[in-house]
Design a protein around this ligand. Sequence first.
Ligand code: G3H
Ligand code: ZN
Length: 282
Amino acid sequence: MLNIFKKAQKNKYAIGAFNASNLEQLKGIIQAAQKTPSPIIISTSPGESKFVGKKQIRALIDAYKEETGLPLFLHLDHGKDLEIIKEAVEAGYDSIHFDGSELPFEENIKKTKEIAEFCRQNKVKNIEGELGYLRGKSEIHEEVEVKEEDLTKPEQAEEFIKGTGITSLAIAIGNIHGIVKGGNPHLNLDRLREIQEKVGDKAFLVLHGSSGTPEEDIKEAIKMGIVKINVNTDLRVAYTQALRQALQNNPEETAPYKIMPPVIEAVQKVVEERIQLFGSNN
Ligand code: G3H
Ligand code: ZN
């Protein structure tokens, strides 16, 4: 995974991390990875992991890896305590995100360091920490206001990486979780440049909350060193809209395998577009 990040960084593209919590979403994501073709990360948040089952999603991804031969990675997204991280590591997750961003800086360093050590001892290669405050959830918002104090501070980013031993860092540069009806805020690319200057090759930079983010900002952010980009709301919206439509179109249909193909296709389409935008195709 780290080699893939290194290659992406060198060649200025990014790897998409797509959230999934059921087989249909997973199918849509994998089909897009096959078609483009592209390495991808499948992410599950604590809620999504609980719903789908950590061992179950591991087994599904193993089956798809074997069938497709693609580099597919399983990542825990926004783990907030050691308990869930232990469960994910035990289930065989390839990559762990510990989100201590709500903690005071020193405490975030201390907890992230503990978790990074635990992950390393258990042979997890990628350990993602988070610094800065990311507003919103992966849903549709009327309005979200980003404040200056939310943004990751470049000097703290450097100190955080040194103090924790993480391999990847999720940063707040004006990005938010979810889609704002009137348009998401722009990324603060000057802040990204300042962070990148401090961080250099000490860790890979991760952009959360890409749904709704202006595409030209995403392209610039990749050129400036972002190598992993998280996508969730876009997939949730595509899934639920297509499902509502499919049920409306076939009110008498009772076979799930006849109802779900357009839903899978809708997810696949979004993932294909994102892969093209991130430049990880081929
Ligand atoms: O961790 C997941 C992502 O940050 C998702 O953000 O729902 O805005 O795409 P998004
Ligand atoms: Zn996130």
